[in-house]
Design a binder for this molecule. Structure first.
Ligand code: FES
Length: 99
């Protein structure tokens, strides 16, 4: 399960984790707008999400596209681009904060 939060308020819940889908696709499955303006190609940088520290190691590696949009400090603080993140485990339950 993935809970999406904005300003600490829940804005959407996805009741599955599919390691074949990125986090943008999870949000889109419930028609949640996470700020994507490029269709998930890593170009716009609009779909910033902050991942809890204990989940970061379960995500796919940071991509070159993410490094273009996120500083080292932001990456260290758990910020990622939803369209670039894949889960490496299907039985996760966590909250994702939206910028
Ligand atoms: S949707 Fe544009 S960078 Fe992810």
């Amino acid at each position: 399960m993935i809970r999406f939060l904005r300003n600490d308020a829940e804005v959407g819940v996805v009741d599955f984790c599919d390691e074949n889908l990125n986090l943008l696709a999870h949000a889109q499955s419930i028609e949640l707008d996470v700020g994507s303006r490029c269709g998930g190609h890593g170009v716009c940088g609009g779909d910033r999400i902050q991942i809890p520290e204990h989940i970061l190691s379960t995500l796919s590696a940071v991509t070159e596209m993410e490094r273009r949009h996120l500083s080292d400090a932001e990456l260290k603080d758990g910020w990622r681009l939803a369209c670039q993140c894949y889960l490496n485990g299907a039985d996760l339950e966590f909250c994702v904060a939206l910028k």
